[in-house]
Design a protein around this ligand. Structure first.
Ligand SMILES: Cc1cc2nc3c(=O)[nH]c(=O)nc-3n(C[C@H](O)[C@H](O)[C@H](O)COP(=O)(O)O)c2cc1C
Length: 198
């Protein structure tokens, strides 16, 4: 059995919806299951402990979640062409895992949501990969054999799943291609994790 951590930050719900579709893809693979986690927002006094449990949605991630699971799918809204601070803040706290090599050799993939079509999806996805490479993770993308990658008129890239939310992020549903590609990404990571676990 391979358990895949789906770890995301989302303020208005677009990245959260992508995360749920990634989980559906993971759960469609035999012997794979998804563990959904989020991270708290950061505040000017960000070292102060946030409430330990979010008011709604999945629990906050801990380093144990990263240690215990066999793969990682990481999601963030795009903020000025890069990942959001809360996720970066969490990743900056993973030095002990880097020192011990706890994530080395595990598969990983990334996803993002932007407001606009050319608002930096690819720069966000590629920069989200950098800390994962430092951890020695095996990066998984989306190949053009996924037909939706050729057909999409909104999100979906070879570097990871994505969604163009528009101005009213919460209201914008994923397009069919975005949904299909998010599920495909989850499936691909899960299939690799299961194979590596054997
Ligand atoms: C501080 C800030 C910076 C942002 N930067 C970008 C950007 O560079 N490009 C873009 O298209 N959207 C940008 N957005 C919009 C969000 O990426 C977009 O609304 C996204 O869908 C939100 O995801 P969420 O619903 O998961 O929070 C930014 C939003 C904020 C608050």
């Amino acid at each position: 059995m391979a358990e895949i951590l789906v770890l995301y930050y989302s303020r208005s719900g677009a990245t959260a919806e992508l995360a749920r579709q990634v989980c559906r893809g993971i759960e469609s693979v035999a012997e794979a299951s998804a563990r959904l986690r989020t991270v708290p927002p950061v505040f000017p006094q960000s070292e102060a402990a946030p409430v330990p449990v979010p008011a709604s949605g999945p629990p906050y991630a801990t380093l144990e979640d990263l240690r215990e699971t066999q793969a990682l799918v990481l999601g963030s809204p795009t903020r000025f062409g890069n990942m959001a601070a809360p996720l970066k803040h969490f990743l900056d706290g993973t030095a002990s895992l880097w020192l011990s090599g706890a994530l080395a050799g595990k598969p990983a993939a990334v996803f993002t949501a932007t407001q606009t079509m050319h608002g930096g999806q690819e720069s966000t996805l590629l920069s989200m990969m950098l800390p994962l490479l430092h951890h020695g993770m095996y990066l998984v993308g989306l190949p053009y054999t996924e037909r939706a990658l050729n057909d999409t008129r909104s999100g979906g890239t070879p570097y990871g799943a994505s969604h163009v939310s528009g101005a009213a992020a919460a209201a914008a549903a994923l397009s069919e291609a975005e949904r299909t590609l998010a599920q495909a990404l989850g499936r691909r990571v899960a299939a690799l994790a299961v194979q590596l676990a054997r």
